[in-house]
Design a protein around this ligand. Structure first.
Ligand code: FAD
Length: 587
């Protein structure tokens, strides 16, 4: 089939744009020429645009102010203004995975156009005709499907071994769920723990992970994770990613959640910090990344993986490769698939990116792979119900508490996610409030982001906090006093929280911030069976030659419940192992 791009059906903005009530000339669209401004609430706060109109067309759209998430909303900021100019309309597709930012840009442009007197609804988009796709073949050493943290760790590692690496990503941006990771990365016996005087061991990391996972985990995989975690932190350092702050996450006996800090010492979200650094490392090492390219099939020949088939907007691709790595993430963004494996989760919101749809599971199934723990799907206790935004667990590790709709604490906040989720569900209304104070707010860009996005509400006093939460002020005061006494005594008599000697913040500094939370679908622990070399296993337990997998698409590492911070460890450790072994296989 020959590649043939048909000409746009409409060629001139003048012919298709609607009329405005303003001035202007000509028979087609008439605008009131000038520069107009608009604004709307984006994902990270206010987003402002400037729209320049000539008499007959939208000449330019510029986002002049925004705080959208780097690597996610920033993609909408980069691409949507031009899309609006090309279409001469705000009726354009949102950037997949960056819906809130996309909608904010469209709303802000609409406001600017309305300020110019334009009837926005009448602006019909310029439509391009169908594009006939070309058939294209590529030959590489290693092809990797899915450019999240596992895929990029694998790609960088394979490229470091001198291999020609192609990384295929179906979204318009790299990052997947990895971009959303806000807490940290667990690792034991690291230089940063030693510097902070934290005593930890590989054995303790294994024990915590097995206990947290209800001993359903594959212990060999867990040991591989723990043994390679400190060197993974060092490797991240070598590519310019420094996770040098160590905090506590649920289910961990000691502080081992490694997090980045900004130049002022404030804690940053781990995922949105790592993804651009990994993307740059891919570019530096010569990895080719193809965005908006969706893999559909693993090509098998004589029982061996020899490439993938994929589709982009313009081509049907056949990628021939000596080895194949699948790093497509889990299926937490595919609610039908979630309900298929766990019907009781029907109706839950999800924290996952919309592209996390289990494609890898389906491709691996067709390639003859075996699977484990597919019904082990984690719900996370602290999720904003209006949009699935996650309130990171590390806040509770640092000192945040949970209070129910009667103004009372009801759980040890740092128990594992499944237990805390069950405890939230058991409360009146099955929702609860997470509380932080100003000391935490000042030290955390993550919390500042939650406030800017409108998730957390500020209250100057405990009385005001009670109003925000719609609870009795006297009861709430009693709860806060009891917490202060617990902190002073370093004992949580009622719920047995045993880290009070370590918690960094004591909730004693007004103002306070509160966010209403309830559980949401978060992590799919089950997935394809791999061995400790990240090789994919078939239903007889044999290795499928040439086929590797890493990250959330795999099962066995997390068992029946993933500990906070263990997934980022998983993707870096097993991503590197998959990259190294796929490179060796492709010799
Ligand atoms: C809100 C949130 C917060 C989290 N916080 C933490 C945390 O603090 N610490 C922690 O350890 N874990 C955390 N996790 C879990 C962790 O982020 C994920 O488990 C991990 O990042 C998954 O990485 P991955 O590389 O396996 O997959 P992903 O990062 O999800 O990447 C998979 C990629 O594959 C692409 N893809 C899928 N199908 C195809 C296809 N057919 N063709 C091409 N590309 C495809 C996707 O678009 C995506 O970009 C969090 C998860 C969420 C959702």
């Amino acid at each position: 089939m020959k590649f043939k791009k048909l000409a746009a059906l409409a060629v001139s903005a003048m012919l298709i744009a609607g009329c405005s009530t303003g001035g202007g000339t000509g028979d087609g669209a008439t605008f009131k020429a000038g520069t107009y401004e608009g604004s709307a609430a984006g994902f990270g706060g206010d987003l402002k645009v400037e729209v320049v109109l000539s008499d007959e067309a939208i000449d330019s759209v510029t986002v002049t102010e925004n705080s959208e998430t780097e690597g996610i909303g920033s993609k909408a900021v980069e691409t949507l203004p031009q899309a609006i100019v090309d279409a001469q309309s705000v009726d354009v597709d949102s950037v997949s995975g960056a819906t809130v930012s996309s909608e904010a840009i469209k709303a802000a442009v609409t406001m600017a156009l309305e300020a110019a007197g334009v009837d926005v609804a009448s602006l019909k988009p310029v439509v391009s005709g169908p594009v006939e796709k070309e058939d294209k073949t590529m030959d590489v050493d290693v092809v990797i499907v899915g450019a999240g943290g596992a895929g990029m760790s694998a790609a960088i590692t394979a490229a470091e071994e001198g291999k020609k690496v192609l990384l295929i990503e179906k979204a318009p941006m790299v990052g997947g769920n990895t971009s959303r990771a806000t807490g940290g990365m667990n690792a034991a016996e690291t230089k940063y723990q030693k510097e902070a005087g934290i005593e930890d061991s590989v054995d303790l990391f294994v024990e915590d992970t097995m206990t947290g996972g209800h001993n359903l985990n594959n212990e060999e995989l867990v040991r591989t994770l723990a043994e390679n975690s400190a060197s993974a932190i060092d490797w991240l350092d070598s590519i310019g990613a420094h996770l040098n702050d160590v905090g506590k996450a649920g289910g961990a006996s000691v502080s081992r959640s490694h997090r980045p800090l900004d130049e002022n010492g404030k804690i940053l979200s781990v995922g949105s910090y790592l993804v651009p650094i990994m993307e740059k490392a891919c570019a530096d090492k010569g990895v080719e990344i193809m965005l908006e390219t969706e893999a559909t099939e693993i090509i098998m020949k004589d029982g061996q993986a020899v490439g993938v088939k994929a589709e982009s907007k313009t081509a049907n691709l056949t990628v021939n490769a000596k080895s194949v790595i699948i790093t497509t993430g889990g299926f937490g963004g595919n609610l039908d698939m979630v309900v298929e494996y766990k019907p009781e989760l029907k109706g839950y919101v999800t924290t996952n990116a919309p592209t996390i749809t289990g494609d890898g599971i389906k491709m691996l199934e067709a390639a003859g792979a075996d699977f484990v723990d597919m019904d082990q799907i984690q719900i996370h206790p602290t999720v904003v119900q209006s949009n699935g935004a996650l309130i990171t667990e590390s806040l509770r590790g640092d000192g945040a508490i949970l209070i129910n709709n009667e103004g009372k604490r009801f759980t040890n906040e740092i128990l594992t996610r499944d237990v805390v989720s069950a405890n939230v569900i058991a409360q009146p209304g099955s929702t609860a409030w997470l509380i932080v104070d100003d000391a935490m707010y000042q030290d955390s860009t993550v919390i500042q982001g939650y406030v800017n996005k409108g998730y957390m509400t500020k209250a100057d006093t405990i009385e005001d906090l009670a109003k925000v939460m719609n609870v009795d002020a006297a009861v709430l005061q009693e709860t806060m006093d009891a917490w202060a006494a617990d902190i002073a005594a370093q004992t949580d008599a009622e719920f047995g929280r045993d880290d009070l000697a370590e918690v960094k913040y004591h909730l004693d500094t007004a103002p306070y911030y509160a966010v209403m939370i309830a559980p949401g679908i978060h992590h799919t622990m089950g997935g394809v069976k791999i061995d400790t070399s990240a090789e994919v296993l078939d239903k007889d337990g044999n290795v499928i030659p040439g086929l590797f997998a890493a990250g959330e698409v795999t099962g066995g590492v997390h068992g029946g419940n993933r500990l906070g911070g263990n997934a980022v460890a998983d993707i870096v450790v097993f991503g590197r192992i998959a990259g190294a072994n796929a490179a060796a296989y492709a010799k």
